[in-house]
Ligand binder design. Structure first.
Ligand code: PHE
Length: 346
């Protein structure tokens, strides 16, 4: 291999490559030509492999020729690529035309889940009375879920709440939102008007009126001189805002370890309005929540002096409220997320 031969090979490569590039039909062809000519294993490198056999004086001259060829090939690739690229773009724009007169596709709109909707309604009504939403944890300790609420270990009242425990000893999934009462009292001073919505869990066999997972909304008011009358007045106004003006309500005695006295709060049957029907078990009344005056032991556990402060608390199930309001007869519908059910609330 001598200098003249190498130069001839390089010139031949130049004219052949430039001709191929000008004839390349599209971007893909140009990309493979680039690899084939200038790539690591390309034709230019192939020819330059012979450079080592040349006398040292000749090598820079061959190198210079090779460089001009590389630059010429690169420039030709750029030009041709701009030309075919422009043509390809024009062709695409012609075929991918957008018809701006096509009617738009409606965007599917979701809606609030009925549990969430009921909680929002409850929060809206109580916020008109100055209640502020607070949060408390779903994984709770036994102390706050039970003991601080006047339910000692092994107390028979624990039968009211079948509990799901977690691996960590002393911790459980809260069975009600009432531990939030303790957390709010520990966190702030009266006057307290707190609303605590949240998910609760119980070890229950699932049926039309029991779930292992459901929501509750807890209410707590603590101040000097708070009475059972205040509770009754507030709940009356709540029931009428939620279920309709002029609805009759009643208190019945109830039992919870953390309230004294404890009550159940009923509203007149939304189906029959009083005389009794299958929906209300022929009683004419529907129970919507449990409530009572906060037990002095609970106030003390919350860090408050029961001689000075009184309070009431109530707890309700938004699913139950929603069932009564909409005539839904199976609690399981709230957890199954069947669109045929959910879309009725859109
Ligand atoms: N925590 C009670 C329950 O789970 C409801 C309740 C709340 C009762 C507040 C009285 C006061 O059933």
């Amino acid at each position: 291999m001598d200098f003249a031969q190498l130069t001839r090979d390089l010139e031949a490569l130049r004219s052949e490559a430039l001709a191929q590039i000008v004839a390349a039909p599209d971007t893909a062809a140009l990309e493979s030509l680039e690899v084939e000519i200038l790539g690591k294993k390309g034709r230019l490198t192939g020819i330059l492999r012979g450079i080592g056999a040349l006398p040292a004086d000749d090598r820079p001259r061959v190198g210079a020729v090779a460089n001009t060829i590389r630059q010429a090939v690169e420039a030709a690739l750029r030009d041709r690529s701009a030309a075919v690229g422009g043509a390809e773009l024009r062709a695409r724009l012609l075929t991918e035309r957008v018809d701006v007169t096509t009617p738009g596709r409606p965007i599917a709109r979701g809606s609030l889940h009925p549990s969430i909707e009921a909680m929002a309604d409850i929060a809206r009504i109580f916020s008109q009375f100055g209640f502020v939403v607070h949060e408390s944890p779903e994984v709770e300790d036994d102390r706050t879920n039970f003991q601080m609420l006047n339910i000692p270990p092994d107390h028979p009242a624990r039968d009211l709440w079948d509990t799901l425990y977690v691996d960590q000893p002393g911790y459980l999934l809260r069975t009600h939102t009432s531990p939030g009462q303790i957390r709010v009292m520990q966190a702030m001073r009266p006057p307290i008007r707190a609303l605590l919505p949240g998910r609760c869990f119980r070890y229950e066999a699932v049926d039309a009126s029991h779930g292992f997972e459901f929501f509750q909304v807890e209410g707590l008011m603590v101040d000097e001189g708070t009475t059972l009358g205040d509770l009754k007045g507030l709940l009356d106004q709540f029931a009428r805002a939620m279920f309709g003006a002029n609805k009759r309500t009643r208190f019945r005695p109830g039992y919870y370890p953390f309230t004294e006295p404890s009550v159940a709060f009923d509203v007149e049957c939304l189906v029959c309005g009083g005389p009794g029907c299958p929906a209300c078990g022929r009683s004419g009344w529907m129970t919507i929540l449990g409530a009572g005056m906060v037990h002095p032991v609970v106030l003390r556990n919350g860090g408050l002096d029961p001689e000075r402060y009184q309070g009431f608390a109530f707890g309700m199930g938004p699913e139950r409220i929603s069932m009564l309001k909409h005539g839904i007869t199976d609690l399981r519908l709230f957890m199954e997320n069947d669109l045929r059910f959910l879309e009725q609330f859109a």
